[in-house]
Ligand binder design. Structure first.
Ligand code: NI
Length: 254
């Protein structure tokens, strides 16, 4: 069975058929899903899905693009919501210099603050890094993110960055971008990272893998990421499936 370690079923693109899509997961070999939270307004829906589906787990946290205007009261709410039995991580948190829609000092402040929160509640973090590799590593180091561990999702960095992340005890997650034609750097990183430190993900509804690229993504398509990884590692897709499933269970304490 597959573990999709990062998806967003709370997203508006699933409003019309969310439960129809999720109802079909078990029959499509998807055993577990971690739904990542991006904004405070996502939390209620994530909890609702976690309550409805045995296979669904969630995180709570605020994405860098949504962190402007956050308050300490929001941190208190995240802390409280993290007590739910199916909430297993703080995230997704990090830096996004690609969209760069929130001032960088604001992004940095709330990234560091949410790492502190993760340490308070003793939960791993789900890290988002887009075009902010060095600052991401620097803040993870200065905040001692290694104390809680976690995953760097949708990895797009170099092997050097992968080494820095692995040194902090983190997992690295690969998604649909690994299957794209121009994915040379992601493929190199996937060659480099040991299989026992890799997770697979979709980031649904975004980033559907080849051959479904451009369509709305869902967790059934994570099999294409497993197949690509199997090809890169020279092992069976079934083996990738089994190992990445166990890796994610271990990380999220499931
Ligand atoms: Ni995400």
């Amino acid at each position: 069975m597959l573990f999709d370690s990062h998806a967003h079923y709370d997203d508006a693109r699933f409003d019309a058929d969310r439960f129809d899509v999720l109802d079909k997961m078990p029959q499509n070999n998807v055993g577990l899903i971690m739904n990542a939270c991006a904004a405070m307004s996502d939390i209620d829906r994530i909890i609702e899905m976690c309550n409805r589906y045995d296979f669904m787990y969630g995180s709570v946290g605020v994405h860098p693009s949504d962190c402007e205007g956050l308050t300490e009261a929001d941190m208190e709410r995240l802390k409280k919501e993290s007590e739910h039995e199916k909430i297993k991580a703080i995230g997704e948190i990090g830096l996004d210099y690609y969209y760069d829609d929130v001032p960088r000092d604001v992004q940095k402040k709330w990234f560091a603050r949410q790492i502190e929160l993760a340490k308070e509640v003793k939960m791993p973090i789900v890290v988002h890094d887009r075009d902010a590799h060095q600052d991401t590593v620097d803040i993870m180091r200065s905040s001692s993110a290694k104390d809680v561990g976690g995953v760097l999702h949708c990895f797009s960095g170099s092997c050097d960055m992968a080494r820095d992340i692995l040194d902090m005890g983190f997992y690295i997650a690969f998604g649909g971008t690994l299957t794209f034609k121009n994915a040379r750097r992601a493929v190199e990183a996937a060659e480099y990272v040991p299989i026992d430190r890799i997770l697979i993900e979709t980031d649904s509804p975004y980033l559907a893998p080849v051959p479904e690229r451009g369509k709305r993504n869902d967790s059934t398509l994570v099999k294409y990421v497993a197949e690509k990884l199997a090809e890169i590692k020279g092992i069976d897709a079934a083996e990738v499936e089994r190992i990445t499933f166990e890796n994610a269970k271990k990380l999220f304490n499931i």
